[in-house]
Design a protein around this ligand. Structure first.
Ligand SMILES: [Mg+2]
Length: 226
């Protein structure tokens, strides 16, 4: 592999966000005496996804995203009397505990870290991401963590990548690879900035966006053969 620096997305790429999210939501709901049937989780994911898209388009702020997803959920479930901002804080505390990795994330990072610099680029919430990365087994392989909330710009904004390049002292774009599971933020962001990209697509979803990644993989182990 010619790349000397790999910029990994966190959620859905190195971290099993689905597992962490389900557990955090279930325990936060339980605090209010509420169950979490699978429909509730699916409903939450649908609402959360639509809010993240609005956020990525710059239409709403991070805090609006966080609070409005639970306002939406409670309204759909016909629940009143739960404060969405308070619930969101409870949820985020629990999410920060979720350090579950995706399949082969540990092995692949361990191998790549022998010869490459590995950094995390994530649009997540700073407190959650730092909490989770600090608790994770891959912490020792990651040199830097860039959380959009701290930087003031999010993927796919070029200013986010400018910040990463400046901080890491990177010059040659051809030696940097972006790896992520989101076409709209990771792949689009990397491509806009002139970087090679690797789309991690474990469930083999159809690409319905106009952006084309340099590589597409269904298992992280394929990175070792690029
Ligand atoms: Mg992701």
């Amino acid at each position: 592999m010619k790349y000397t620096t790999i910029l990994f997305d966190a959620d859905g790429t190195l971290f099993d966000y689905d597992k962490a999210e389900a557990l955090a939501l279930e325990t936060a709901l339980a605090k209010y005496g509420l169950p979490m049937p699978p429909e509730t989780h699916l409903l939450y994911r649908k609402i959360n996804q639509s809010k993240w898209e609005l956020f990525e388009q710059g239409a709403i702020s991070k805090i609006d995203l966080q609070v409005s997803r639970f306002e939406g959920l409670f309204s759909e479930l016909g629940l009143s009397g739960i404060k969405a901002d308070k619930f969101n804080a409870d949820y985020l505390d629990r999410l920060a505990e979720g350090a579950q990795l995706t399949e082969y994330a540990y092995e692949v990072c361990a191998e790549l870290a022998k010869t490459k610099r590995l950094a995390i680029i994530t649009n997540g919430v700073a407190k959650v991401q730092f909490g989770r990365i600090k608790k994770s087994l891959i912490k020792k392989f990651i040199t830097d963590v860039f959380v959009s909330e701290d930087i003031g710009f999010s993927k796919p904004d070029a200013r986010y990548f400018d910040y990463v390049f400046k901080t890491l002292g990177l010059r040659d774009k051809s030696l940097v690879l972006v790896v992520g599971d989101s076409l709209t933020s990771d792949i689009q962001g990397g491509a806009n900035y002139g970087l090679d990209t690797c789309y991690f697509n474990p469930s083999n979803k159809q690409n319905s966006y106009s952006v084309s990644p340099t590589y597409e993989i269904i298992s992280l182990t394929e990175l070792l053969r690029l």
